[in-house]
Design a protein around this ligand. Structure first.
Ligand code: IMP
Length: 423
């Protein structure tokens, strides 16, 4: 096994950071292939808690190389801050390099994100306001600045030129005051100077590592149902969290990939707007939020909570080619006497097990539940599959049979060690 991908199977926040940290102990390189500082991975290591937004979680380990590859968008200011925070906390133990092709998120992208959300009013997407969508839009409009541009002597001038163009849009279209490009550059320049030496040809590094059979872990951010093409469009992020994104975003190809781990919570959460058929906008949802600590790492927003949606999980499994599943936050369900799981959707009176992610269909979708008996036992101390409560084993078996993928890891607490592996 040399190349493994860890992918969010739902709407993000499934606990990928913790599992990446756990698995990074057996890997040489951990790379990010999409997204930016909109991600928030919380890692509890002993008595320390680290929060990674853009940095691959693996760099918390000595000797591990972290790569931000081509498909990622890099905000130099927030990356410099993140590195400084991790360094101060004693967490930065590995190294980091940034693809010269990774597009930059610059201050005007954050403004554009906010203006766009404001202009949409009630129809706002509820983005993280990190400028992710506008940065990817510039990339596809072929006007973006890339990490490699930070090495050019005229980078400051190029950035200011781009800021002036955005000002035309901001004042003309959104009716906003113009921002001073010089002030923007003053803010960005120190970060650019700090990060420029980290810029590299990550494709060459990845291909060399594969030739040398180094062990590579691809760390997905967000989740499958937020994929720009395969998610609940338009309530999605602007990149490809699915396994296909790991290929286009890094230069790894499908023949290199050995395993694709889908990470799913034992229930579902979603941050921001958009359809969520199994959502529980009631006291049960509040209970899941409280017990699961369902508040965003990046924005602090409350996460919407609901029951596990198996048709959606199977959709994710097929789309990504999961070779195994990791089931997280199982301990949050410990006290329940029964646990409903969605086994089909009813759309306009028609029952279907294959979810239709078209927005109109999703809004009509009514979940059909099967109620499984709860295990009503404290799972926090469990580390071996054999001694898990029988009802939990039955619950896991039900999921495996429905989705058609084995569950090989069960997470029963926030600490890295609180994981049942080899299930
Ligand atoms: P954006 O990625 O900031 O453009 O936000 C688009 C949508 O993706 C919003 O609903 C966000 O709440 C959601 N989103 C972005 N990043 C994450 C994440 O890391 N976890 C969960 N949701 C996310």
């Amino acid at each position: 096994m040399t190349v493994t991908a860890i992918i969010g199977a739902q709407w993000g926040d499934e606990g990928k950071g913790k599992l990446t940290h756990l698995l990074s102990a057996d890997h040489d390189i951990v790379l990010r292939y999409q997204g930016g500082a909109n991600a928030g991975h919380t890692i509890k290591d002993g008595d320390k808690t680290y929060r990674c937004r853009l940095v691959p979680s693996g760099v918390l380990r000595e000797g591990v190389r972290g790569l931000l590859c081509d498909g990622v968008v890099v905000n130099p200011v927030s990356l410099a801050e993140e590195l400084a925070e991790l360094r101060t906390a004693g967490g930065l133990r590995g190294s980091l390099q940034i693809s010269r092709h990774a597009h930059l998120v610059l201050p005007y992208h954050g403004l554009q994100d906010a203006f766009f959300e404001q202009a949409k009013g009630g129809g706002a997407l509820g983005t993280t306001l990190r400028g992710i969508g506008p940065a990817y839009a510039d990339k596809y409009f072929r006007v973006g600045l890339r990490a490699g541009d930070m090495l050019r002597p005229d980078f400051g001038e190029r950035m200011k030129q781009a800021a002036r163009r955005k000002n035309v849009l901001f004042s003309g279209y959104y009716g906003q005051a113009e921002e001073d490009p010089d002030a923007m550059w003053e803010k960005v320049q120190p970060a650019v100077e700090q990060l420029a030496p980290l810029v590299a040809d990550t494709l060459a590094l990845v291909r060399t590592a594969i030739r040398q059979r180094e062990r590579i872990l691809c760390e997905g951010a967000q989740g499958t149902l937020l994929d720009i093409d395969y998610g609940t469009y338009p309530y999605v992020t602007s990149s490809h969290p699915v396994s296909g994104g790991a290929f286009t975003g890094t230069g790894i190809n499908w023949r290199d990939m050995n395993s694709v781990i889908g990470v799913a919570k034992a229930y579902c959460t979603r941050v921001g707007a958009g359809p969520f058929p199994t959502e529980l906008p009631d006291e049960i949802g509040d209970m899941l939020r409280e017990r699961g600590g369902e508040f965003g790492t990046v924005t602090g927003r409350s996460r919407r909570c609901g029951w596990l949606d198996l048709p959606l999980l199977r959709y994710s499994a097929e789309l990504n080619g999961f070779t195994e599943l990791a089931l997280t936050k199982v301990d949050v369900l410990d006290e329940l006497d029964e646990i409903p799981v969605c086994v089909a959707w009813e759309i306009n009176g028609q029952k279907t097990e294959w979810p239709d992610l078209d927005i109109e269909a999703l809004e009509q979708a009514r979940p059909v539940y099967k109620r499984l008996p709860g295990w009503q036992a404290n799972t926090c101390g469990h580390r071996g599959m054999a001694d898990l409560p029988q009802r939990l084993k039955d619950y896991v078996r039900f999921i495996e049979d429905f989705v058609g993928v084995p569950v090989r890891m069960i997470s029963v607490g926030a600490e890295t060690g609180a994981t049942v592996v080899g299930a």
